[in-house]
Design a protein around this ligand. Structure first.
Ligand SMILES: NC(=O)c1ccc[n+]([C@@H]2O[C@H](COP(=O)([O-])OP(=O)(O)OC[C@H]3O[C@@H](n4cnc5c(N)ncnc54)[C@H](O)[C@@H]3O)[C@@H](O)[C@H]2O)c1
Length: 323
């Protein structure tokens, strides 16, 4: 591995933690400093898992606290920054946008101020910056059209990264990814909500008519895509990453129910789904065209059913530990 010092932000979160789990064991000669504010979204299980690795270091820091961030940044002296830290839940951004504007925009700005031409940044972003997909899937050249406070702050951070490259010559990759799922995702997100509702014999809340379409990628595949891009070392490029598995929310629930019926003795009620008032400004469809990275040799390995099965196993095991 060319890079010896990785500074990772938000590495106690779902994707950042899965990324660190993979890379700390794969690149044992590199050091990894995880800077995370340890918000409600940080995973205690991931923190416990990661601290076993000798090349892993952790500092509890808010990326919006520039003074502290700067001190740790210069002490560690990274050659690459992988920026996951963000407020990430759309519903929270509708109720309380402040934290999103502060962390996602100011936090990214603070990191950019510390970079120079020799330090690369991989900025982790979302397909939601493109708004709603019509008949066509999003590509790297789709215009930005963010429609929620969350996606607007992520779009702002993408713009900052590109502006810093154009103006100050920093070297970046931006990855706009579809919805991730897998082990260690926070219970507030859609797939853990479905699984946990079933495990707790509760109704599954579903927005609107349930016909919204989302594309789902298994987190290990996304993390492998980031690893792929680190190794390929492209300069100032954007990549859209998805699996191609786009499915209506209602059908995703039925799929999970089917898999869970084979794994557990859960009884499914006729009115297991509780339709709730739709999310404000809810985008109907997100769909990604990942041909750019696929042509370069990356491919996802986990199909939707296998990924769901592994994810369900994770939450079943977790529920047993809680009992
Ligand atoms: N989860 C998805 O489906 C998805 C899809 C596309 C893109 N993304 C992007 O990927 C990144 C990671 O998403 P995730 O799902 O792992 O998020 P997450 O909410 O699970 O984790 C975010 C992490 O960032 C930390 N954090 C939050 N504010 C911070 C701050 N001010 N300073 C330092 N650390 C802070 C939290 O403590 C947490 O550990 C985000 O940038 C998100 O926008 C996520």
């Amino acid at each position: 591995m060319k890079y010896k010092k990785f500074l990772v932000t938000g590495g106690l979160g779902f994707i950042g933690g899965n990324f660190l789990k993979l890379l700390t064991s794969k690149y044992t000669k590199s050091k990894f400093l995880n800077i995370d504010k340890h918000t409600y979204a940080a995973s205690k299980d991931l923190a416990f898992n990661l601290k076993k690795n000798k090349n892993y270091f952790f500092k509890k820091i808010d990326i919006c606290d520039f003074k502290k961030l700067k001190k740790e940044f210069y002490n560690f002296n990274p050659d690459i920054v992988i920026h996951f830290a963000a407020e990430s839940h759309v519903d929270n951004s509708i109720k309380k946008p402040d934290d999103f504007v502060i962390t996602n925009i100011i936090g990214t700005y603070n990191l950019l101020k510390l970079l120079n031409r020799k330090i690369k940044i991989i900025h982790i972003s979302t397909d939601e910056v493109f708004g709603e997909a019509n008949k066509k899937s999003f590509t790297e050249s789709t215009n930005y059209n963010p429609r929620s406070p969350y996606s607007a702050t992520k779009a702002s951070s993408d713009h900052l990264v590109r502006a810093w490259s154009n103006t100050y010559g920093i070297n970046y990759n931006i990855v706009n990814c579809s919805n991730n799922f897998g082990p260690f995702q926070n219970n507030e997100k859609f797939i853990p909500v479905i699984i946990n509702s079933l495990l707790k014999k509760k109704k599954i809340p579903l927005y609107g008519n349930g016909r919204n379409i989302r594309e789902w990628i298994y987190v290990e595949d996304f993390v492998n895509a980031i690893d792929f891009l680190i190794k390929k070392n492209f300069q100032n490029e954007t990549f859209l990453i998805g699996s191609g598995y786009a499915i209506e929310n209602i059908n995703l629930i039925h799929r999970i129910i089917k898999i869970m019926k084979n794994k557990t003795k859960i009884k499914i009620e006729k009115n297991q789904i509780k339709y709730v008032v739709d999310r404000a400004g809810h985008d109907k469809v997100y769909k990604i065209n990942s041909n750019k990275i696929r042509k370069l040799g990356w491919k996802h390995k986990t199909n939707l059913n296998n990924g769901l099965s592994k994810t369900i196993d994770h939450y079943i095991n977790k529920s047993k530990k809680v009992l």
